[in-house]
Every structure is written in structure tokens, then in C-alpha cells.
Design a protein around this ligand. Structure first.
Ligand code: NDP
Length: 325
């Protein structure tokens, strides 16, 4: 069948993204289902694939996340039926499309209480917040934690969830408008474009520093994140929104207080079917019960994917972003 999709033949800026008509087999292969995408999530990782920071074989589709409706079943698929509402996050690459055939093992069911746009735009970020806060470094009652880019997609979910877990949350943002936006989710907000955020974190913690920093900004904040930690604290460096962190010497970790550094990715925390289902279910449960108000603030037509990338990379977005096929 004919489908609409975004593809790119070479890496580069957002202009390499092309809106095309493509062909997929009518009948999904063994273990696959055919999905009609209702909404497609746009994530920072998509810009890394497009720019070449994370290499993918070319030419390529793009996108890791979507929600949709099962339209046809391949041989051997028993877990889903035609008409089911499902979502996926973390690939396989190619979600910027109207329809696709995809392994059923990648899909999770979407509860009735979670709208399609929220599932499509926030499952990847929500599952990321789940493993970061509950498994990479376990946030507990009474801790003070630092979460960068608090107004962003992961940031808004992680700040609300960390607070629900009993933490005092310090969030950083890049503008006064974003500071106002996240004020309800954070105990303290720092605009890291104005002055030294590590000094402000020390001031807020009686000079002690925090036990954990969640840093998806990367290059621009790496040094300051280390300087914000208490002795034996952990830097969870999980993204590169400002660029990749350059190589550094492990000796720095000893000098700055016997620190821990980890560079986790969602794929390794949802590697088994059981982990994937449990992680998604935990995230959907906090959305459904109102603990986390996940917001889709930007909607674009599928054909306008390049504009969505420009806005995301240009720090123009807050919360999550979807493309509507
Ligand atoms: P966001 O919506 O958080 O957008 C990124 C934000 O980073 C911007 O809005 C901006 O906020 C901030 N930022 C700071 N410096 C820059 C810069 N130079 N250029 C662009 N943005 C900058 O994106 P996502 O929610 O999609 O992802 C957040 C981070 O989490 C990304 O690094 C992403 O790769 C990572 N990630 C990692 C995963 C993992 O498993 N490792 C999974 C999912 C996401 P401000 O203006 O307030 O500074």
C-alpha cells in the first residue's frame, strides 16, 4: 500500500528531511502488525540521527515513537488484535509515516485513559523518566535532585515524577518564560543562561551539593553538573541537546568527590519484553492517575517535520511534540 513518510538520503540540517510517498507490503510479515499512525512523537534523538551524531544506514526513515491503531496482523501475532490502540518508543526507526509494518514485540497497549497524542508524544520521554528516576539512580523521599532542561519533554515529566517520589526538585531552564512554565513542577528554578548554576545549587543546598544530577543537555552543562554534586554523588548524563560531552579523564571524578558517572540509554532499560511492558505501564499509570501531567505543546503536520526539528533544536519548544499524519 502507498503511505506518506519522511526520509533522508544524507545527514545534515533539517532541510535534508523529505516528505515522500512510499510503498509498504499490504500484508505485515511474520510477527509484525500493520499500524495506522494517529500521532507521531518527535524526540531529540531524531535530530541526532538526521545530523549524523548517531550514525544510521542511509537512505533512512526517521523517528522512534508513535501511537496508532492495529490494522492487520502478520502470521503468529496473538498479543494484539485489529482495532487495538497501541504505541511504541525506542524504534525501530521510521515512525515519521502514516502507516508502517512493525514487530508486535515493540508495541505496548495504550490504556483508555491515555489519549493518542499523549501516548505518541510522551511514551519515550516518560519511559526515560521512569528508568532514570527509579532504576539508574533511585530517587527517594527527602532527597534534593537537579534536573536540567526542566521545561523540555523529558524535563517536565521527570520534575513532576521526582516530586511525587518525595524529592525536592531543582530545575534548570534557558529563559524567564520557561522558568514561569516549570515553577509549578519545581521547588527551585535556575535560569542557567544567567550565571553559574553550580554555585546556585550549592547555595540552595547549604553548600552540600545534590546526590544526583539528571543531565540531558550534555556539553554545555557537564562541568557544572559535576560541580553541583555532593561527595559520592552521581551524574546521570543521558543526552546531548547542546552537543556531545567531550572526552575527559576519570581522575576528574576522584578530584571532585569520588563521583559516579553513568551514560544510560532507554534501550538497555527496556531490553526485554517484560521490562518494556512494565516501564510503559508504570509511566501510563502516573499519567492516568494525574501524578504526571504530560503535555503536548506543539503539533505539526507530518509534512512539516523539518520545522518541528528546527523548533526543537532552536529551543523553541516546551513539553512534547507530535506530528499528525
Ligand atoms: P527537550 O524537549 O528537553 O529539548 C531539549 C532542551 O535542551 C531544549 O528545549 C533546551 O531547553 C535545552 N538545551 C540546552 N542547551 C541547548 C542547546 N544548545 N540546543 C538545544 N537545546 C538546548 O528534548 P527531549 O525531551 O526530547 O530530550 C531531552 C534530552 O534527553 C535530550 O538530550 C535527549 O537526547 C535525551 N534523551 C535521552 C534518552 C536516553 O535514554 N538516554 C531518552 C530520551 C531523551 P532550555 O532552553 O530550557 O535550555
Amino acid at each position: 500500500m502507498k503511505v506518506q513518510a519522511i526520509r533522508f538520503d544524507q545527514t545534515g540540517d533539517a532541510s535534508v528531511l523529505r516528505y515522500v510517498e512510499a510503498q509498504i507490503p499490504d500484508q505485515p510479515g511474520p510477527g509484525e502488525v500493520r499500524l495506522r499512525h494517529v500521532a507521531v512523537g518527535v524526540n531529540f534523538i531524531d535530530t541526532y540521527h538526521r545530523s549524523g551524531l548517531y550514525a544510521v544506514p542511509l537512505p533512512s526513515g526517521i523517528g522512534q515513537e508513535a501511537a496508532g491503531v492495529v490494522e492487520a496482523l502478520g502470521e503468529g501475532v496473538t498479543e494484539f488484535k485489529v482495532g487495538d490502540r497501541v504505541a511504541y518508543a525506542g524504534g525501530p526507526i521510521g515512525s515519521y509515516s502514516s502507516h508502517r509494518n512493525i514487530p508486535a514485540a515493540r508495541l505496548v497497549p495504550v490504556p483508555d485513559a491515555v489519549p493518542d497524542e499523549i501516548a505518541a508524544g510522551t511514551l519515550l520521554r516518560g519511559m526515560t523518566a521512569q528508568y532514570l528516576l527509579k532504576r539508574t539512580f533511585k530517587v527517594e523521599q527527602g532527597m534534593t535532585v537537579l534536573i536540567h532542561a526542566a521545561a523540555g519533554g523529558v524535563g517536565q515529566i521527570a520534575t513532576q515524577w521526582a516530586r511525587a517520589l518525595g524529592a525536592t526538585v531543582i530545575g534548570t531552564v534557558g529563559s524567564a518564560a520557561k522558568a514561569r512554565l516549570v515553577a509549578p513542577f519545581c521547588d527551585h528554578v535556575i535560569d542557567y543562561t544567567q550565571g553559574n548554576f553550580a554555585e546556585q545549587v550549592r547555595a540552595l543546598t547549604d553548600g552540600k551539593g545534590v546526590p544526583v544530577v539528571y543531565d540531558g543537555v550534555g556539553k554545555a552543562t557537564f562541568e557544572g553538573s559535576l560541580d553541583s554534586l555532593a561527595p559520592r554523588g552521581m551524574l546521570v548524563s543521558f543526552g546531548n541537546a547542546s552537543g556531545a560531552v567531550p572526552p575527559f579523564s576519570p581522575g576528574v571524578l576522584s578530584q571532585k568527590g569520588s563521583l559516579f558517572l553513568t551514560r544510560p540509554t532507554l534501550g538497555y532499560y527496556t531490553a526485554t519484553r517484560e521490562e518494556l511492558l512494565a516501564t510503559a505501564a508504570d509511566y501510563f499509570s502516573v499519567v492516568a492517575n494525574g501524578t504526571v501531567k504530560a503535555e503536548v505543546h506543539q503539533r505539526y503536520a507530518l509534512a512539516d517535520a523539518a520545522k518541528a526539528h528546527r523548533d526543537l533544536e532552536g529551543r523553541q519548544t516546551t513539553g512534547s511534540i507530535v506530528l499528525l499524519p
